[in-house]
Design a protein around this ligand. Structure first.
Ligand SMILES: Nc1nc2c(ncn2[C@@H]2O[C@H](COP(=O)(O)OP(=O)(O)OP(=O)(O)O)[C@@H](O)[C@H]2O)c(=O)[nH]1
Ligand SMILES: [Mg+2]
Length: 312
């Protein structure tokens, strides 16, 4: 570079400095937090389902917008915990908020502020970071209702801004990104430019299978199960062999997970395999084993696998 070019580059960098920071997405379960993180990142980094309590631990999704690198922390939904796993999930969500530069409260506009949302607003009052309110699923409700929710929430918590979006169809999402890119502090980026998540591939693969399980199984079963990747073998022919274990709590659950003639597990396996080979861009041989482990919900090792603190 000539001296002149170097000076020009330096002054461009000074007038357009990089920004970076951590944004925690918190909210009631099923508000659309994971859907929104995937949209911001532009790839699937966190699993989504129509069921509550899909996300179990914090997933970081990394996006670049203008000259900012924005690290989104997708957190488990906040609800009234019953089991030990519930408590660990809710604790991890509030922990994510504590670690963030900025907190985004995501509300399902159709459900409004009843129940868990009210308790979260109460909890946010004393949180010192800058907070924004994001009303999601605006494709489902009318404008008057949105304005009413925004007014009530803003009376309770001092939000810097309110946005109205649809994580599903993308409307309003660019405005949020513009705001974040200029509001996050100036500073160097935290991650390499091409990194989109902090989740190791083995764990993402387990999550993808867990998503298929959430979509296929019903009642208490999704909540009584847990997936771990046990083996990952790259083969000479360019394919990969992945072995995963689905833990359930009782033998009766194992029967349901397998299904008649194994048809349920086969459907879960082929849906997961298809998505994994798309993500990995290579052929995948997926082997799923269902094991009964009665008290996995009280086993510290399982919590560690998930990236959760074990609550005593
Ligand atoms: N109509 C509509 N549905 C949405 C929108 N955003 C998300 N959803 C749906 O809402 C459901 C929950 O989405 P998730 O992204 O899993 O919600 P979450 O907040 O991460 O949920 P937990 O991880 O369980 O706390 C899914 O069925 C999504 O497809 C939206 O803008 N409009
Ligand atoms: Mg989620």
């Amino acid at each position: 570079m000539t001296e002149e070019n170097e000076m020009a580059a330096k002054s461009a960098a000074e007038s357009n400095p990089t920004h970076s920071g951590f944004v925690a997405l918190i909210g009631p379960t099923n508000a659309g937090k994971s859907t929104l993180v995937n949209r911001f990142v532009g790839a699937k980094v966190s699993i989504v389902s129509h069921k509550v309590q899909t996300t179990r631990a914090i997933v970081r999704g990394i996006a670049i917008h203008n000259n900012a690198q924005i690290v989104f922390m997708d957190t488990p939904g906040i609800f009234k915990p019953r089991r030990r796993l519930d408590r660990a999930m809710v604790t991890s969500a509030w922990g994510g908020a504590k670690d963030a530069d900025l907190i985004m409260l995501l509300i399902d506009s159709e459900r409004g502020l009843r129940g868990d949302a009210e308790a979260i607003l109460e909890g946010l009052k004393d949180v010192p970071q800058k907070k924004i309110l994001v009303l999601n699923k605006i494709d489902r409700v009318n404008r008057e209702l949105l304005l009413a929710i925004a007014a009530t929430a803003n009376q309770k918590v001092d939000f810097d801004q309110t946005f109205m979006i649809s994580a599903e169809n993308g409307s309003g999402c660019d405005d949020v990104m513009d705001y974040l890119a200029k509001t996050l502090p100036e500073g160097p980026w935290y991650y390499p430019e091409d990194q989109i998540s902090d989740l190791p591939m083995r764990q993402l693969a387990a999550e993808i299978t867990r998503e298929k399980l959430f979509l296929r199984l019903h009642q208490e079963l999704p909540y009584s199960s847990h997936v771990e990747t046990e083996k990952w073998e790259e083969r000479k022919d360019g394919s990969v062999r992945i072995e995963q274990v689905i833990y359930v709590e009782r033998d009766s659950q194992k029967k349901i997970a397998l299904g008649k003639g194994g048809e349920t597990i086969k459907a879960i396996s082929s849906a997961s395999r298809r998505e994994l080979s798309e993500i990995l861009e290579q052929p995948v041989h997926l082997f799923l084993f269902v094991k009964v482990r009665e008290n996995w919900g009280d086993d510290p090792e399982r919590f560690r696998e998930m990236g959760l603190e074990f609550p005593h």
